[in-house]
Write a protein that binds this ligand. Structure first.
Ligand code: PAF
Length: 300
């Protein structure tokens, strides 16, 4: 066993691992010692949303691995891969209070060595909404997440509901490819004023930050109307869209009320549906979502 992989759970400092083989040995050695391993895949630029996943992993597992890797294959050619915030030291400082056992921070060539040519395509669920706006995005996500599951074969992996379609793509892939990992999806963490936490919020100017609130306000409007018993998606969506475009800085990509499993639009809201929203605020593309629940007591 290499020096990097010597397994320890008692140290205060997390082990920072950059090699795939060392990471796999570490996880397998911990599992041989009877430990249940929780994995929190991230692209760094950590915020409270990520930390809520770390807290869940710490509570539910014996040891927690956080991965920090800005995955090039999930960014389109005109997207923000180059400028995506990277600050490993600040991420380590944020993780310090949580006693994370290991951090996997590989280089791009470690994850994608020269000649790399295998990708994972999850059909259907990847095609619409985010997939329509970002055609190669979910192929990149599914590929890197499967690679992370291979490299750090944890028992449970934690993802945030903020990337709702991503969670469905990952669940589908895990099922279809018989990956032995349990997927846990944790609730969206919001700023006090409602803005969903996202690493990309750092791009927003003061005015854009204010305008970005229209996304969560639009979802609140949807919750409110469905809570009052309005069943027509078209009617709810009209009000949601009006809320979203109340700021001239917001350019709508999509707003949809959909089936939570298939993401197909629903016309009539009878039970629980998901509302998904994506919009550009200035140059920054933001997404958010919320479940909308028809109160059971209302007659259909
Ligand atoms: O949600 C993210 O931060 C990324 O898509 C993930 C799952 C870490 C894969 O790069």
């Amino acid at each position: 066993m290499s020096r990097e992989t010597a397994f320890y759970l008692d140290s205060q400092t997390p082990r920072i691992i950059s090699q795939c083989e060392a990471m796999r040995e570490w996880v397998q050695s911990a599992q041989r010692a009877g430990k249940k391993i929780g994995l929190v895949p991230t692209m760094g630029a950590l915020h409270e949303g990520h930390l809520s996943l770390v807290r869940a992993a710490r509570e539910e597992c014996d040891a927690c691995v956080v991965t920090i890797f800005v995955n090039p294959t999930q960014f389109g050619p005109a997207e923000d891969f180059e400028k995506y915030p990277r600050d490993l030291q600040s991420d380590l400082d944020l993780l310090a209070p949580y006693g994370v056992e290991a951090i996997f921070a590989p280089s791009p060539p470690e994850m994608y060595p020269p000649g790399f040519s295998t990708y994972v395509e999850v059909e259907e669920i990847s095609l619409q909404w985010e997939g329509a706006s970002r055609p190669t995005h979910f192929r990149g996500v599914a590929t890197v997440v499967l690679k992370l599951f291979q490299v750090a074969p944890a028992n449970v992996a934690y993802f945030g509901q903020k990337d709702y379609q991503q969670t469905l793509v990952i669940r589908r892939m895990v099922k279809d490819l018989h990956v032995p990992v349990q997927i846990r999806v944790c609730p969206i963490v919001r700023e006090a004023d409602g803005l969903a936490m996202s690493s990309r919020n750092a791009y927003l100017s003061h005015d854009e930050r204010q305008a970005a609130l229209q996304l969560s306000r639009c979802l609140k409007k949807g919750e409110e109307l469905v809570g009052q018993g309005i069943r027509s998606s078209a009617e709810v969506l009209t009000h949601m869209e009006q809320t979203l475009i109340a700021s001239p800085l917001v350019q709508v990509d999509y707003v949809v009320i959909a089936d939570p499993e298939t993401l197909q639009p629903v016309e009539q809201i009878d039970t629980r549906v998901i509302a998904l929203v994506a919009a550009r605020v200035g140059k920054t593309r933001l997404i958010d979502n919320a479940f909308l629940e028809m109160p059971e007591s209302l007659p259909s």
